[in-house]
Design a protein around this ligand. Structure first.
Ligand code: NAP
Length: 341
C-alpha cells in the first residue's frame, strides 16, 4: 500500500548528503501507486517532482509539493533477433545493475557506462555519458507520464531533445514529464569503444572483450572518482563547455596544453577539469566542501548541511574560470527546491 507522508527528510535520498525536506513524499512501486500519488497531488494542486537515487541533484532545504521516489522494478526483453535486442527497463531499476546484467546476458553497448550512479529513469534526464558512449545512442524511446494530466505518452528518442549531458527532461517543462520506463537497443555483436586515453592505457592498447572493457571502466572509475557511498558527491559538478571552433582556436594559442575535442555541429569541447586544475582548485575549498583531490570536476561534501556552501564554492570556481579563460562553466547536476529562510 502506497502512503504519502508529510515533512519527510531527503538526507538519505541525495548522494551529496544535504539536509532537505519534502513537503510530501511517496515511494511508488507500480502504476497503481503512481496513479494514486498523482491523484493525491492533483486534488491538492501540488507540484510533483520525481526523484530517483538523488545522485545528480543539489537539494535546497525545502522541496515544496510532492516528491515521488520512483521505486518501480522490471527489465523485459521485448525483441531479440540474435543481432539486436530491445529491452524495456523500469525507471526505478539501478543503472549499474542493469549494465552488469546486460553484459552477462551478452547484450552489448552499455559497458562504458558502468558504475554511473543513479537509476534507469534518471539516466535519460542528463543523457548520461562516459568514455565516448552516450545513453542516447541506445535509447529507442522513453515512456513518460504527464504529471498534470496523468496521461501516459511514448517519446521516441528523436523527441527527447538529447544533447551533451542534457535532454528535454532537464529543460523548462521537462519536469512535468515523469519517466516511467526506458527502451534500449543493444547489440548481440559488440562494437566496443575504448579509444579514451585513460581506457586505452589501462587496457595496454589491447582490444578487450566486452566483459574486460566493462571491468576496466569500473577499475578506472574507482581509481579516479570518489565513491558517493563513502564521500558524499554528485560526480562531475560542471559540464565540459562546448564552444565555437574559432573561440577554441584562439584560446588554444594562449593555452597550448588545454585539451580540446571536436564536438557536435563543428563546435569544440574544452576540458573543464583542466581549466579548474590550472587555477589550482584541486583539493581546495572550505572546511565543509572542497574540490576532490582525485578529480577536479568533483566537489566533495565534508559536512555541509545545505546547498549554500556547495553553491558558493561552485560559484567561486565558475568566476575564476570565467575570469581567466572567458568560459562560463555550467552546473551538471540539477538544483531543486527552495532555499528557505
Ligand atoms: P578522462 O578519460 O581523463 O578524459 C578527460 C576529459 O577529456 C573528459 O572530460 C572527456 O570528455 C574528454 N575526453 C577524453 N578523451 C576524449 C576523446 N577521445 N574524445 C572526446 N573527449 C575526450 O575522463 P575522466 O574525467 O576520468 O572521466 C571519464 C569519463 O567518465 C568521461 O567521459 C566523463 O564524462 C565520465 N564521467 C562523468 C561523470 C558525471 O558525473 N557525469 C563523472 C565522472 C566521469 P567527456 O567528459 O565529454 O567524456
Amino acid at each position: 500500500m502506497m502512503a504519502v507522508a508529510s515533512g519527510v527528510s531527503l538526507a538519505d535520498h541525495n548522494t551529496l548528503g544535504l539536509q532537505a525536506s519534502a513537503e510530501w513524499f511517496a515511494s511508488v512501486r507500480n502504476r497503481e501507486e503512481l496513479d494514486a500519488a498523482l491523484n493525491f497531488a492533483s486534488e491538492r494542486q501540488l507540484p510533483v517532482r520525481a526523484l530517483g537515487e538523488g545522485s545528480n541533484v543539489i537539494l535546497h532545504p525545502r522541496l515544496p509539493g510532492l516528491v515521488l521516489h520512483m521505486a518501480t522494478r522490471g527489465v523485459q526483453l521485448r525483441k531479440d533477433d540474435g543481432r539486436r535486442a530491445l529491452l524495456r527497463c523500469a525507471a526505478g531499476e539501478n543503472w549499474h545493475q542493469l549494465v552488469l546484467w546486460c553484459c552477462e546476458q551478452g547484450l552489448h553497448g552499455l559497458e562504458n557506462l558502468a558504475l554511473i550512479p543513479g537509476s534507469v529513469g534518471a539516466a535519460p534526464v542528463q543523457n548520461i555519458g562516459a568514455y565516448g558512449v552516450e545513453l542516447s545512442e541506445h535509447v529507442v524511446g522513453v515512456e513518460v507520464v504527464d504529471v498534470a494530466s496523468g496521461a501516459v505518452e511514448y517519446l521516441p528518442a528523436g523527441d527527447c531533445g538529447f544533447g551533451y549531458r542534457t535532454s528535454r527532461f532537464k529543460q523548462a517543462g521537462g519536469e512535468n514529464l515523469l519517466i516511467t520506463a526506458v527502451d534500449l537497443r543493444l547489440d548481440r555483436e559488440a562494437s566496443l569503444c575504448w579509444d579514451y586515453p585513460s581506457l586505452k592505457a589501462a587496457l595496454n592498447n589491447t582490444s578487450p572483450t566486452p566483459e574486460e572493457l566493462m571491468q576496466t571502466v569500473m577499475a578506472v572509475r574507482t581509481q579516479r572518482l570518489p565513491d558517493p557511498a563513502v564521500v558524499p558527491n554528485v560526480g562531475s559538478f560542471f559540464k565540459n563547455p562546448i564552444v565555437s571552433a574559432d573561440f577554441a582556436e584562439t584560446l588554444g594559442t594562449r593555452y597550448p596544453a588545454l585539451p580540446v575535442y571536436p564536438a557536435a555541429a563543428g563546435s569544440t569541447k574544452l576540458s573543464a577539469a583542466w581549466m579548474i586544475d590550472q587555477l589550482g582548485w584541486r583539493g581546495r575549498g572550505q572546511r565543509v566542501v572542497a574540490v576532490s583531490e582525485a578529480h577536479s570536476l568533483v566537489l566533495v561534501n565534508r559536512g555541509a548541511d545545505t546547498a549554500e556552501a556547495v553553491l558558493a564554492l561552485a560559484s567561486a570556481i565558475q568566476a575564476s574560470v570565467l575570469d581567466e579563460f572567458g568560459v562560463a562553466l555550467e552546473l551538471e547536476p540539477q538544483l531543486l527546491g527552495e532555499a528557505g529562510d
